[in-house]
Design a protein around this ligand. Structure first.
Ligand code: GMT
Length: 385
């Protein structure tokens, strides 16, 4: 039995990186490891009190001399305090900035050999990594980590390119928990959103410019000319008012519903016939994987890790960024052929289960933990305790 004590830091209240970090923490706890979340609020996916999971809140001093409350420093200090009090083996931080740097600072404060594993999720490199005010700091966090993982091959490539990083980076794809993500029976709900002959297209995101939600509306408008359909928009974010205005201008109000933020994503996705993810950048596209696990194919853009997840012509379609014409053509081709929909749906279920299963990705993370700690990887049954 080699039970690890792991401190996890992530953005607890939004985004795919927080979801991955929280779900991973829960799975590690299920396997018998002790997991300590060190964040500014309870991770939204954490749920009920669970064996082996602990939560430590970062409190920020808002003293009058500070123009900006020093969150990063408070986080680093809290990480060091928790590590000392709980005798942690390692920190696993999700999202390079500021978390990898806070882990580095905490390690300096502790003055011991605690290990740091950093997982890069996407915009920490593809957007913030390009920012001259942060670039050197992100590079420091990455280079000072004992192991670095990234959620797609493309993100590894971009990290090397943008930040001139030469060190080893492990590939750890996003994963789904098949106990949660599977095709749900939503026949009693579907009538509320569409008539039986209409198709449902869906988009789920944080409505940031990088998601190109305006393209979602354009694709939908073209599809709707050929196939009677509805568009369900799930999530909230800065572009929402712009999208609402666009939908009104195009006279599509009757065809589009805004569902706001939803927690029961598996249930919501199961309503859809097709997911649209025409992002400008997407290091992986967790939502497309969640849809896949529910048997729903995705039309996505040729960017980042999307082609590593969606197999063109098998589990969805891929087109160049901004090419709403081609994306709409693919959507029409798929939605007008029930047999094809069935085949895609089946392929989605198989791929999600085979390539992105929670067990194998969790084991990959564990292997990395044991590697940085210089310990032997125990057999599965010996970890459970
Ligand atoms: O999608 C977002 O903008 C949120 C962002 C985050 O950091 O929370 O998601 C990123 O991490 C996810 C989990 O690894 C990936 O599945 C998303 O593709 C990635 N987003 C982008 O690269 C834009």
């Amino acid at each position: 039995m080699d039970r690890l004590k792991i401190g996890i830091t992530c953005y607890p209240s939004l985004g795919g990186s927080g979801v991955v970090a929280t779900e991973l923490g829960k799975l590690l706890a299920e396997k018998g490891h002790e997991v300590h979340f060190i964040t500014h609020s309870i991770p939204f996916r954490l749920g009920k009190f669970q064996k082996n999971i602990f939560y430590h809140e970062v409190e920020v001093n808002d003293y009058y001399v500070f123009k900006y409350p020093p969150y990063d420093l408070a986080l680093a200090t809290k990480m060091a305090q928790v590590a000392k009090m709980q005798n942690l083996d390692l920190f696993h931080v999700h999202y390079a900035v500021p978390h990898a740097v806070c882990a580095f600072l905490a390690k300096q404060m502790l003055g011991n050999d605690i290990k740091v594993v950093t997982t890069l999720h996407g915009t920490d490199i593809t957007v913030l990594g390009q920012d001259e005010s942060l670039k050197d700091l992100i590079r420091l966090g990455i280079n000072e980590s004992d192991a670095v993982t990234a959620v797609s091959k493309d993100l590894i490539r971009e990290t090397r390119e943008v930040l001139d990083i030469t060190r080893e980076i492990d590939l750890t794809y996003n994963f789904v928990d098949h106990r949660v993500y599977y095709p749900r029976d939503v026949s009693n709900l579907r009538d509320d959103f569409a008539s039986p002959q209409e198709k449902i297209l869906m988009h789920i995101s944080n409505f940031r410019p990088v998601k190109r939600v305006s393209d979602v509306v354009d694709i939908f408008a073209k599809v709707n000319l050929e196939i009677p359909s509805r568009l369900l928009l799930v999530g909230e974010g800065p572009d929402l008012p712009k999208i609402q205005a666009k939908i009104s201008e195009m006279g599509l109000e009757d065809k589009v519903r805004f569902l706001g933020r939803q927690d029961e994503i598996a249930q919501v996705i199961s309503l859809a016939d097709l997911l649209l993810l025409p992002s400008e950048k997407e290091s992986f596209g967790l939502v497309a994987l969640e849809a896949m696990a529910c048997g729903v194919p995705t039309i996505g853009s040729q960017t980042g890790g999307i082609p590593e997840l969606i197999e063109h012509g098998k589990t969805g379609f891929i087109a160049p960024i901004g090419d709403t014409e081609t994306m709409a053509k693919y959507a029409i081709k798929l939605l007008s052929d029930d047999r094809m929909v069935q085949q895609f749906s089946q392929a989605c279920l198989e791929t999600a289960c085979k390539d992105f299963c929670k067990d194998s990705i969790t084991s990959q993370y564990e292997d990395i933990y044991y590697r940085v700690l210089g310990r032997k990887v125990p057999r599965l049954d010996t970890v459970r305790g």
